[in-house]
Design a protein around this ligand. Structure first.
Ligand code: NAD
Length: 481
């Protein structure tokens, strides 16, 4: 195994507060999950550091024109596209995601920047005439969307180290807001890299500050500091609900876990369906909120579908994340890999059948297929955030819909059928944020609305356009003409 540091530089990052790189007495180590090497350190902020960042943000009044915001975002996109290799190395180094996955992620981040730049140019104000009813008047109502009065706190998860950050930061820049970001302490280097890219592209330093630290010390301050107007959080349900309990009278955007099904009906083209199954399960090491976490398959086609999924799983190359021929690298850490091993073993002990995989070496966990899975097994009742394909069968569409809706989650779904009546029923009856016909549940573009219901999310959706709505206050003017 070659040293990861022969490929990527060791990065020692300070916090980004008011434009300074703030070194702290205590630091957090960033570990490469594949090699176990320490690949960087980041500052460990104190509550005082958070307060300073909040004060700087609150005191600053952004004055960038729409043109200037757009130009900064487009410049950052161009810089990032030019530096794809360097930027994707950082993601791969700190997360263990394969180069294929991290290069793809850089493309997505650049898309977010370009979409944000376009949206910054678009005035989404509305005009209403008031003489619409018998008691109307000759007046007009005009709406504007203003930045928030206070500061936005953004907290992001580990699974897409840079893109999760981009989905918070870009709409904030596009709307002239001020944000204090706390990225995941597991993958903080991508976030600092992204912030520096924006500063280089011309972003005033007060509009984006970055702190890292121990959430047990600083998270509450980020949530309840009096300058905070809005908390935008992406991560697991437990912490999302903790935030909801703490936030008080503040706007919240909570994007939480998922347990997304791929539903395969008996008329489906099984080659196409099994392609979607493996891609939806194993891309990004299965660590997507919208990864396929349950395969619900009509019993008439289950055997043939399973055979194809097993064959494609065996062909899915995984291993050294820096090896560009590998589809998949590691999961985030050894503890996560051990957890998948445990829930798969538990399911097998309860009658499920392991068909391939469940092999672990450190944080490397092989793509895994298990069938004869029942809804009450932990493997599918809870979110398994890794490359596991649990296959369950149903008799008819009623049962498929019942099974799909039978968890606490409601994020997304993928449907494989060519029958319009069935497709329409799924679209109407699945209790989720998204229904994708003949696509993986994770399919979307960065601009479009995205987010779940039930335990999968609360508040506004994400996606650049919706996030812009959530990050602004709508004001109406009425005028006498
Ligand atoms: P996590 O919930 O463990 O951590 C997310 C963030 O919360 C991290 O930055 C962490 O430091 C911070 N945090 C920890 N304690 C906190 C506290 N007390 N208060 C505030 N913040 C605190 O999630 P993770 O393991 O990094 O990411 C995986 C989870 O994220 C999965 O459940 C996945 O489904 C979910 N996710 C959801 C979406 C979505 O858009 N719905 C997208 C990606 C990931």
């Amino acid at each position: 195994m070659s040293s990861i540091l022969e490929i990527a530089d060791f990065r020692a990052e300070g916090l980004r507060i008011g434009g300074a790189k703030v070194r702290t007495a205590r630091t957090i180590d960033v570990i490469n999950p594949y090699s176990g090497e320490r690949v960087g350190t980041v500052g460990m902020a104190s509550v005082e550091d958070v307060r300073r960042a909040m004060d700087i943000a609150k005191a600053y009044v952004p004055t960038l024109s729409r043109y200037e915001r757009s130009a900064i975002l487009n410049r950052a996109a161009a810089l990032l596209r030019e530096r794809t290799d360097e930027a994707s190395n950082i993601i791969t180094t700190e997360s263990g995601l394969s180069k294929k996955d991290s290069i793809y992620e850089i493309g997505r981040v650049a898309d977010v920047l370009n979409f944000g730049a376009n949206e910054a140019l678009r005035d989404d104000g509305q005009v209403f005439s008031c003489d619409l009813t018998p008691h109307g008047k000759k007046r007009k109502v005009i709406t504007t969307r203003d930045p928030l009065l206070g500061v936005i706190t953004a907290i992001t998860p580990f699974n897409h180290p840079m893109n999760q950050v981009a989905h918070k930061v870009v709409p904030s820049v596009a709307t002239n807001n001020r944000m204090v970001l706390k990225p995941s302490e597991k993958v903080p280097l991508s976030a600092y890299y992204f912030a520096d890219l924006l500063y280089e592209a011309g972003l005033p330093v007060e509009m984006l500050q970055v702190v890292t630290g121990d959430p047990r010390e600083i998270a509450d301050e980020l949530l309840i500091h009096p300058h905070v107007d809005l908390i935008t959080f992406t991560g697991g349900v437990a912490i999302g609900k903790y935030i909801a309990s703490k936030a008080g009278y503040r706007r919240m955007v909570l994007e939480l876990g998922g347990n997304d099904p791929l539903i395969v009906m008996d008329d489906a083209d099984l080659d196409k369906a099994s392609d979607l199954a493996v891609q939806g399960s194993y891309k990004n090491s299965g660590q997507r909120c919208t990864a396929v976490k349950r395969m619900l398959v009509h019993e008439k086609v289950a055997a043939e579908f399973t055979e194809r999924v097993v064959a494609k799983t065996k062909a899915w190359r995984y291993g050294d994340p820096m090896d560009k021929t590998n589809e998949m690298g590691t999961v985030i850490d050894e503890a996560a890999a051990r957890h998948f091993e445990k829930v798969v073993n538990e399911a097998v002990a309860q009658g499920a059948r392991l068909l391939v995989g469940n092999a672990r070496e450190g944080a490397l966990y092989s793509p895994t297929v298990v069938d004869r899975v029942r809804p009450e097994m932990t493997l599918v009742r809870e979110e398994t955030f890794g490359p596991v394909s649990p296959i369950m069968t149903f008799k008819d569409i009623d049962e498929a819909i019942r099974m799909s809706n039978g968890t606490a989650f409601g994020l997304s779904s993928g449907i494989c059928t060519n029958r319009l009546d069935d497709a329409t029923r799924f679209a109407k009856e699945l209790q989720v944020g998204t229904v994708n016909l003949w696509e993986v549940p994770g399919y979307r573009i960065e601009l479009t609305p995205f987010g779940g219901i039930k335990d999968s999310g609360l508040g506004y959706k994400e996606g650049v356009q919706e996030a812009i709505k959530s990050f602004t206050n709508c004001k109406t003017f009425t005028l006498p003409w």
